[in-house]
Design a protein around this ligand. Structure first.
Ligand code: PMP
Length: 351
């Protein structure tokens, strides 16, 4: 058994999970209180009158192949957001256990912890390039159940040093889960840490179809972890979590042609990002364009409000982080189509 399981909430380890209606496609269903007829106009393959398969086999297999990991290490959920929520619920006792986050970072780690009543230990990324403060993360990790590390990090855009991530896993083995959120890894040209799972039983990797695969609306995230952790989280994921329509759409939209298209679009996006950087850096209102390994740029402006309004004046919304600690004057710009990027750059270039 994975020793990290000892970190889980004892009541969750003992929980008698909800018993789904049995999944047996060889038999006709008169066991789940569903209607026997489809809604008018329901053109799905499975029929939306039927509950979907929990942890759908074909989908789990597809994600396992996509991310080059064994299917037994995969849990699928409604976006990586659901995976974050499940981890916190399973491992943090309200009022007792804590998570480590490294601000500025993705906001949902903190919110998920708050919802669960878990404590939050903040170890800010270092001023110089938003690198991990490794000694401080290691120290804080000893007092926590989960360390959330986002690489490439949102909203700063930078990858975290791989050796540092592995050192966190190594040092906190049996002490804490290390959740490496790789939502943007496809834009970074770096291999996923999921290949190191066998070495680090406390490693959890999050992947999503919401970014590089253009399927944010489908809500499909993948958690990759040791089989024991996957089995534990299966006990608490809500019944029938993945909608039938999502299952069918994701299976249809992650075939070889879509994967080739995603790769081509990533290249276009990176070209566009590279084109935007010097244009932004040359603007009088820009203090700094932070290096990015993701599909967005964090830009510090002298007058962020003016830049935000300039975008809005040409119908474009960018994300305002200007009042977030450590991000004074910063806006986060998601790279768009060439036309959108040009429209935004031209608007920002206006004095
Ligand atoms: N992790 C990071 C770093 C993100 O930026 C996001 C979305 N903005 C998510 C996770 C959640 O993604 P999803 O739930 O769509 O998979």
């Amino acid at each position: 058994m994975n020793p990290v399981l000892a970190l889980a909430r004892p009541d969750i380890l003992e929980l008698q999970p909800y018993q789904h209606a049995k999944w047996d496609p060889s038999l006709e269903r008169m066991h789940a209180n569903e209607m026997p007829w489809r809604a008018q106009g329901d053109n799905t393959q499975a029929g939306l009158n039927r509950y979907p398969e929990p942890q759908p086999h074909a989908l789990v297999e597809r994600m396992a192949r996509l991310y080059s990991v064994p299917a037994a290490n995969v849990l699928v959920g409604r976006g990586s957001d659901e995976a974050i929520d499940l981890l916190v619920r399973a491992f943090c006792r309200a009022g007792e256990d804590s998570v480590v986050i490294t601000p500025p970072t993705f906001g949902f780690y903190k919110v998920a912890a708050r919802i669960q009543g878990a404590g939050i230990i903040e170890v800010p990324l270092l001023d110089d390039g938003f690198a991990l403060d490794l000694p401080a993360v290691l120290e804080a990790g000893r007092r926590a159940r989960i360390v959330f590390l986002c690489s490439p990090n949102n909203p700063t855009g930078n990858l975290l040093d791989e050796a540092a991530l592995l050192e966190v896993c190594r040092s906190l083995a049996e002490r804490a889960l290390v959740c490496v959120d790789e939502a943007y890894i496809e834009f970074a040209g770096r291999a996923s840490l999921a290949s190191r799972l066998a070495e680090f039983p406390n490693l959890v990797v999050l992947r999503t179809l919401s970014k590089a695969y253009a399927l944010a609306g489908a809500r499909l995230g993948t958690l990759i972890a040791s089989t024991d952790i996957v089995a534990l989280l299966k006990r608490i994921i809500p019944p029938y979590a993945i909608p039938a329509s999502t299952i069918e759409e994701v299976l249809a939209l992650t075939e070889a042609p879509q994967r080739a298209m995603a790769a081509a679009r990533i290249r276009t996006l990176l070209d566009e990002r590279a084109r935007a950087v010097p244009r932004l850096a040359a603007m009088g209102n820009v203090v700094r364009v932070f290096p990015s390994d993701a599909n967005f740029l964090l830009v510090q402006f002298r007058d962020a409000r003016h830049a935000l309004e300039a975008g809005k004046s040409v119908g474009l919304l960018v994300r305002d982080f200007s009042s977030a600690p450590g991000l004074e004057g910063c806006l986060r710009i998601s790279i768009g189509t060439p036309e959108q990027n040009e429209r935004l750059l031209a608007a920002l270039e206006q004095p």
